[in-house]
Design a binder for this molecule. Structure first.
Ligand code: TK8
Length: 337
């Protein structure tokens, strides 16, 4: 290459850089994004929303500001989803399980014992199947950005230690408002009642329900140990959270603004999963220290539970579609290799 050409190239690329920076700066307008979530500020969810907010502010040169509102102060998952669809709220994070009424394919993640560990969940959720399910939201007015980890769910209650399936008998158990969860726990013999997370602590405290199921992190951060005596390690299902944007809002953003949100969402995902896993590893010991009586199921009992729950697989497959069911099973098998 001649010196002239090299100089010319350098000049052209410098000009392009300046031009594109200018374009990006112009393409980012001052914006306030209301971001709602269900857990406390002092939870894995709260910490990750905070990180997301910081990243958005940094990447937009302080122009885009995220107003984070936790503890379901903007509403339950279901209420916030409707607010996003209508355009009255910009963003939220919540359980995929609470989206099934809007996008039936989301129920694939409710399949009991779908994933054996977090690595499998990451591979499948961040892979083509996870993306496909997420993209289904768009026709309903929502844009999914990333999946976060809520985690493997475990059972707590106030009546008795659950050592075998029969111990669930007559336990009034709160489940997420979701048909698969309702069916799962009815199948296991509990008296399952759907209820929003925002009403759960009070329901446990007033003994309107005897128990619930959530990951260790949530049992800890939502202080369920104050109102629940027994914890049974069941790991019956892996729950994802999903970060959502109102499609009405998203469509009004420039490409540069969309990129700010997406990049920050990816950073928040990586942070959140790491933070959640570190906390979960210590949470059980902490819950014991807080006075919870913890028991594990024997392998025989776990197998009985798995077998009973496999009875609902056919109905999940029928609801999400056989093609998606098979694709997911194949993706899990691949992740397991
Ligand atoms: C928080 C919920 C929660 C979920 C539940 O809004 O409802 O039990 O596990 O994380 O989405």
């Amino acid at each position: 290459m001649t010196t002239f050409r090299r100089t010319l190239l350098a000049a052209v690329s410098a000009a392009t850089l300046v031009a594109s920076f200018g374009a990006i700066a112009q393409d980012i307008k001052p914006r306030i994004i209301r971001f709602g979530y269900g857990l406390n500020e002092v939870s894995n969810q709260g910490r990750a929303v905070k990180l997301f907010a910081e990243e958005v502010e940094k990447a937009s040169g302080g122009k885009m500001k995220v107003r984070a509102v936790g503890a379901a102060a903007l509403g339950s998952d279901a209420q916030m989803q409707q607010a996003l669809i209508g355009g009255a709220q910009e963003m939220m994070v919540g359980s995929t399980a609470t989206l099934v009424g809007i996008t039936k394919e989301m129920a694939i993640w409710d399949t009991p014992f779908l994933f054996n560990n977090a690595k499998e969940a990451d591979v499948v959720l961040d892979g083509p199947v996870g993306q496909k399910v997420m993209d289904k939201l768009q026709e309903k007015g929502l844009v999914g950005l990333v999946y976060w980890e809520n985690g493997f769910r475990n059972l707590t209650n106030n009546k008795r230690a659950v050592n075998k399936l029969e111990d669930l008998d007559s336990i009034k158990l709160r489940v997420m408002p979701n048909p698969v969860f309702l069916e799962s726990f009815k199948t296991l013999g509990a008296n399952a009642v759907p209820l929003s997370f925002s009403e759960l602590f009070t329901a446990l405290e007033t003994k309107a329900v005897d128990g619930q199921e959530n990951p260790y992190n949530t049992i800890l951060s939502s202080k369920f140990y104050e109102v629940q005596k027994y914890l049974t390690v069941t790991n019956h299902v892996y729950s994802p959270w999903i970060v959502l944007v109102s499609k009405k809002y998203w469509d009004g953003l420039s490409k540069a603004e969309q990129k700010v949100l997406l990049d920050a969402a990816v950073k928040s995902r990586d942070f959140e999963r790491k933070d959640t896993r570190e906390e979960a590893a210590k949470a059980l010991a902490e819950l014991k220290a807080k006075g919870m009586q913890v028991n594990e199921l024997t392998p025989t009992e776990t197998n009985r539970m798995r077998e009973k729950l496999s009875a609902i697989n056919a109905s999940i497959a029928a609801n999400v579609g056989e093609a998606l069911w098979k694709e997911t099973q194949a993706a899990v098998a691949q992740a397991r290799k």
